[in-house]
Design a protein around this ligand. Structure first.
Ligand SMILES: [Zn+2]
Length: 80
């Protein structure tokens, strides 16, 4: 059985045409070149920011590469 390629279509909120969607936040409509997801880039930026700020501070500590994995787990609470 042959499957269709891994792509999706999405109805453009601007012109109402179906357009190929590459599942990227900044995909644009084939017909009117508007963003298929008007909030995609904004949402992606917010996600990136949240991820950055919500990182536990301990993960920002330098971990000596000489530490074996079990010691790193003990020291930095990787296993909880
Ligand atoms: Zn469009």
């Amino acid at each position: 059985m042959e499957r269709p390629p891994l792509s999706a279509t999405k109805r453009c909120p601007h012109c109402g045409q179906w357009s190929a969607h590459q599942l990227q936040p900044d995909d644009r409509c084939e017909h009117c070149q508007e963003l298929l997801d008007p909030f995609g880039p904004q949402r992606q930026a917010e996600l990136a920011r949240a991820w950055k700020w919500e990182m536990p501070p301990m993960l920002l500590l330098p971990i000596p590469p000489t530490d074996p994995a079990w010691l790193r787990a003990l020291k930095y609470g990787v296993v909880q």
